[in-house]
Design a protein around this ligand. Structure first.
Ligand SMILES: Cc1cc2nc3c(=O)[nH]c(=O)nc-3n(C[C@H](O)[C@H](O)[C@H](O)COP(=O)(O)OP(=O)(O)OC[C@H]3O[C@@H](n4cnc5c(N)ncnc54)[C@H](O)[C@@H]3O)c2cc1C
Length: 302
């Protein structure tokens, strides 16, 4: 559509400065495209930001999301991100009362310590053996599936062939994860610990026919090809700041305090209207990437 007089035209206007918007801005700018990224808040990072919660203490903590797993090394390398993570020794501790006694399940601190924790909780070695077999299986799936996250989306058949283990395919991709967890684990607390990765952040239950819980589970166990979740040094905001730096260094224009309020398009080009504290502005674009919710996209396009 014809741009208004004085309106600057970009190859891409990106709505939303969360980590996905920032990654898109960095790659497009590095490919020589002109990029404008609009963020409505006063800072970039979206739900992956840090804050200094303690007055007078110079410590930055993750505010919402707090652990890194799904960020491919390939992106860290290609964008030259100045960003570090540290491993965790302990991954979880779940307190419980058994026989009137306060106890719990500690996962982590080395294989021997975890084995002892399972034995103390369940009274035998069976449950820890099941745990090792189950996570051996998810680890193998992780090694095969994670590289596809930075490749063109494979078909279902291609992914199944890549997984190359029909039992694992059935357990993780075909049947509700609740069935698999019940088949493999006897102890209700252990079942709950395994299911955390399937239910956190979803509104599905363990046996939901939509399999949304399986998708959630896979995202939690395939990161980095191992399923490990690391702590970002400086909080998650250190990562999104590094992404914003990489995008700016490549020439992307990033503006905060700019809320996109409308996208008009004739299907070939578009105009994005945005609001700032000082009024409204318009940017013309050959492509618009909306890195916000589907509801926001629907509102923007009317
Ligand atoms: C409590 C919580 C804990 C989590 N824990 C983890 C974790 O430990 N590890 C992990 O990897 N993931 C975690 N996640 C998920 C992770 O935070 C998200 O997957 C990630 O933030 C999504 O990034 P995004 O860039 O797609 O979107 P977002 O981070 O949602 O960013 C979208 C951005 O768009 C902006 N925006 C929206 N509408 C407009 C508009 N009209 N104009 C301009 N700007 C607009 C928003 O202000 C926001 O900055 C957690 C999420 C939550 C809520």
């Amino acid at each position: 559509m014809p741009a208004h007089e004085g309106t600057r035209t970009y190859d891409a206007v990106i709505v939303g400065g969360g980590h996905n918007g920032l990654v898109a801005a960095a790659y497009l700018a590095r490919a020589g495209r002109s990029v404008l990224l609009l963020e409505r808040l006063g800072h970039t990072g979206g739900a992956a930001v840090s804050s200094r919660p303690f007055a007078g203490v110079d410590a930055r903590l993750s505010r919402y999301s707090y652990l890194v797993s799904l960020l491919p090394d390939k992106i860290v390398r290609e964008l030259g991100l100045d960003f570090r993570v540290r491993g965790r020794t302990i991954s979880s501790y779940t307190p419980v009362e058994r026989g009137g006694r306060a106890t719990g399940l500690l996962v982590g601190g080395g294989e021997e310590r975890t084995r002892r924790a399972f034995a103390e909780l369940t009274g035998d070695e069976r449950e820890f053996g099941a745990w090792q077999r189950f996570y051996g299986m998810t680890g193998e799936v992780a090694r095969r599936v994670f590289p596809t996250l930075t490749e063109p989306l494979p078909t279902r058949a291609a992914l199944r062939a890549r997984v190359g283990d029909e039992d694992a395919w059935r357990a993780l991709f075909e049947e509700p994860i609740g069935v698999t967890v019940e088949e493999n684990f006897r102890d209700d607390l252990v079942r709950g610990v395994v299911l955390t990765d399937a239910l956190i952040g979803t509104f599905a239950d363990a046996h939901d026919p939509s399999l949304a819980q399986n998708r959630c589970f896979l995202y939690h166990v395939i990161g980095g090809g191992t399923g490990a979740w690391d702590v970002p040094v400086g909080g998650m905001g250190a990562l999104t700041d590094a992404l914003a730096d990489a995008a700016r260094a490549a020439g992307a224009e990033i503006v905060t305090g700019h809320e996109a309020v409308r996208v008009d398009t004739d299907g070939r080009t578009a105009e994005v209207t945005y609001r700032t504290a000082d009024g409204e502005g318009v940017a013309a674009a050959r492509h618009v990437l909306v890195n916000a919710s589907p509801r926001e996209l629907a509102a923007l396009t009317g």
